[in-house]
Design a protein around this ligand. Sequence first.
Ligand SMILES: Cc1cc2nc3c(=O)[nH]c(=O)nc-3n(C[C@H](O)[C@H](O)[C@H](O)COP(=O)(O)O)c2cc1C
Length: 147
Amino acid sequence: MKSLIVYVSVEHGNTEKVAKAISEVLGAEIKEAKEVDPQALQNYELIGFGSGIFFSKFHARLLQLVTEMPQCNCKAFIFSTSGYGNTNVHDALRKELERKGCRIVGDFACKGWDTYKPFKLVGGINKGRPNEDDLARGREFAKSLGN
Ligand SMILES: Cc1cc2nc3c(=O)[nH]c(=O)nc-3n(C[C@H](O)[C@H](O)[C@H](O)COP(=O)(O)O)c2cc1C
């Protein structure tokens, strides 16, 4: 299956670590959103979209790419790293991808080192995350997509 992982990871490289772990399992191409021509997304059967979470949203660059993406009938999944590390902030992106014709086959979230303002004073929260356990969960998630 021709697969692509598109990510944005601007704060600490947290999401990039997850993107790499997932791409290795899937044997997928991996690209920063900047490097992706929206039209080229039509060439893939499976696409993973991921970034950190900023004020409860995915990074604007990732959302912009999805806005510019043509209608496609690929499978897609969503992943994120964030302070809270949960998937309930994925809904808006999920809906937008569905509107583009994608079939959502899963989503994954884990905690990431977070130095947003008040946390910065104490060196941030979740230092060291994603850790090896998080990446192992990411790999398991990727394996489950193969089914
Ligand atoms: C300005 C700012 C806003 C953030 N907003 C949220 C948020 O709303 N919810 C959350 O759980 N984490 C939030 N975070 C934490 C980031 O999502 C987290 O550090 C993420 O792992 C960064 O990913 P990256 O290193 O791949 O860019 C915020 C961080 C910053 C700097």
